[in-house]
Design a protein around this ligand. Structure first.
Ligand SMILES: Cc1cc2nc3c(=O)[nH]c(=O)nc-3n(C[C@H](O)[C@H](O)[C@H](O)COP(=O)(O)OP(=O)(O)OC[C@H]3O[C@@H](n4cnc5c(N)ncnc54)[C@H](O)[C@@H]3O)c2cc1C
Ligand code: FES
Ligand code: FES
Length: 500
């Protein structure tokens, strides 16, 4: 047996406690405790020998490991494509996992597979199961649609190195024109009934070799657990934390997952404010934000991939304190606030004040972010956000600039908020530039006057993504671009990512 697949005697000694239970390709599975950092991909390939799901990058980039996960939302089951390489098995409790082996029935290929074959959309075939699973998941969603742009967005998280995308896109177009595809054996009703079993309403935890995975079901339980284990690793979508395990080989002794806390998955849309619980994913948030802030919808469309957005949370993107996290600059200029909680005590922190220094955020041991509040459009405000990266899809920003402007009837700037990612050790406001702009006329002359002040606000670094000079120049030019866009809607300053 290859070394990779050999389990040590030690890991076989299971110590405690609750069983992990879920559906795998329609069949009920109950697992004795596993390592809390065992990924779904390892479990499938190593433990179940379901090797159709491939490992390419083990970091959420290539999509070869794509699987479909069904989860109850109230009484309905919702299926999403997910990267199994950075998803922990503990997160499957009470869900339905479908792999490429599970989509045919009675030996008959699924139409997705047939379309891939008839379009000659596979050569070496390594990427193919991932593409198949992305398309399989999508064709059962409520409003699949099949515009070329939607297909591009859908497949941006699947990398093919040898066939080329044209035949794959053709396969997708053929497929998505078909109506009423049967899910092949997985009746939503039957699956929902199985997943509604009572024990999924309870918190659960399991340990192996002193490493523990906790999965509370309420915010109160989470608060208590975090007070008891202030050094625990809190996990939401695990699109960052998963890589600590697969790439940095970190051993995490205590994981607390917010996966099963329904209260944290709540979105509240008020007249003036939208509030996202800590478990709300980027895909869910996009649906809400894009109507108030089309630019934010567009930014999220370029955030990772469909698979990443289905798992990654808005709050996780803030909590990680990344200086290149895409949401922080946009949400800072919108004056978002966080609700933090320790025990039963809650406090509110403006996003501007949350980022203290590189790797240092205003959050204490035992504390967690419960939700984020984002004001809805200010009257007459103009909001834009720009992500600059080497690739359009699936790339990390070199610079991300966000602007929120209010001018009066005379064209005088009454309020302006500007923030950047990629320009400092933390996402940061351009306070000197902002100050110089206040009460000035919103004109090219004013913009040119404040340009030198960018150097007072930012001293960016040179790294593999961009040089310091590029970053400063890009930041200045983004302000100019924002100005031009506010002058005329017809000025084409954007690459839309659409290919018709
Ligand atoms: C392939 C790939 C592409 C990506 N693309 C982008 C991109 O385009 N733009 C971008 O900005 N990022 C990107 N990321 C980074 C990542 O997806 C995001 O930062 C994501 O929002 C993290 O959310 P999560 O729920 O997965 O966080 P997790 O990985 O679960 O957690 C991240 C951190 O936040 C902490 N945390 C989570 N929830 C809470 C909470 N409620 N309270 C306190 N702390 C908490 C965790 O302890 C951990 O330190 C990408 C990642 C991958 C793997
Ligand atoms: S193996 Fe590449 S995304 Fe999972
Ligand atoms: S068919 Fe070989 S990588 Fe896609």
């Amino acid at each position: 047996m290859p070394r990779l697949y050999r389990r040590s005697r030690k890991t076989q000694q299971q110590e405690s406690s609750d069983k992990l239970a879920f559906l795998l390709n329609g069949e009920w599975v109950e697992l004795d405790p596993v390592s809390p950092t065992l990924t779904v991909l390892e479990f499938l390939r190593r433990d179940r020998r379901l090797c159709g799901t491939k490992e390419g990058c083990a970091e959420g980039d290539c999509g070869a490991c794509t699987v479909t996960i069904g989860e109850l939302h109230g009484s309905k089951i919702k299926y999403q494509a997910v990267n199994s390489c950075i998803c922990f098995v503990g997160s499957l409790h009470g869900k339905h996992l479908i792999t490429v082996e599970g989509i045919k029935q009675n030996g008959k290929l699924h139409p997705v597979q047939q379309c891939m074959i008839s379009s000659h959309a596979s050569q070496c075939g390594f990427c193919t199961p991932g593409f198949v699973m992305s398309l399989y998941t999508y064709c059962y969603q409520q409003e699949p649609g099949f515009s070329r742009q939607k297909i591009n967005d859908l497949l941006a998280g699947n990398l093919c190195r040898c066939t080329g995308y044209r035949p794959i896109v053709t396969a997708a177009q053929k497929l998505l024109k078909r109506k009423n595809l049967s899910r092949y054996g997985y009746s939503d009703q039957a699956v929902t009934a199985q997943l509604k079993k009572n024990h999924f309403k309870k918190s659960h935890s399991f340990s192996v070799n002193d490493a523990t995975y906790h999965s509370p079901v309420s915010s109160d339980e989470l608060a208590t657990l975090l007070q008891d284990h202030p050094k625990a690793t809190l996990v939401a979508g695990a699109t960052d934390v998963g890589l600590w395990v697969t790439k940095q080989q970190q051993k995490l002794d205590c994981i607390i997952s917010i996966e099963r806390i329904d209260a944290l998955k709540t979105t509240r849309v008020g007249k003036d404010m939208v509030s996202f619980g800590a478990g709300v994913s980027l895909s869910e948030a996009r649906q809400v934000l894009m109507s108030d802030y089309p630019d934010l919808g567009e930014l999220i469309r370029r955030f990772g991939s469909e698979q990443i957005r289905n798992r990654a949370t808005v709050v996780g993107n803030i909590a990680n304190g990344s200086p290149i996290g895409d949401l922080a600059p946009a949400l800072m200029v919108l004056d978002a606030k966080l609700t933090l909680r320790v025990g039963s005590y809650r406090r509110f922190v403006k996003l501007d004040d949350f980022f203290i220094d590189y790797g240092k955020q205003d959050i204490k041991p035992g504390e967690f972010i419960e939700s984020i509040q984002i004001p809805r459009v200010f009257k007459d405000a103009m909001f834009s956000v720009y992500k600059l990266s080497k690739r359009f899809d699936q790339d990390i920003s070199a610079v991300c600039g966000a602007f929120n402007l209010q001018v009066d009837d005379e064209g005088i700037i009454k309020d302006i908020r500007i923030a950047f990612g990629g320009m400092a050790g933390i996402p940061k406001r351009a306070s000197n530039v902002e100050q110089a702009l206040m009460d000035e006329s919103w004109s090219l002359q004013t913009i040119n006057k404040v340009m030198p002040l960018f150097e007072a606000d930012f001293q960016p670094i040179t790294d593999c993504r961009a040089s310091a000079e590029y970053r400063i120049l890009a930041a200045r030019n983004l302000l100019k671009r924002f100005f031009l866009e506010t002058q005329s809607e017809s000025i084409e300053t954007r690459l839309s990512g659409a290919v018709e």
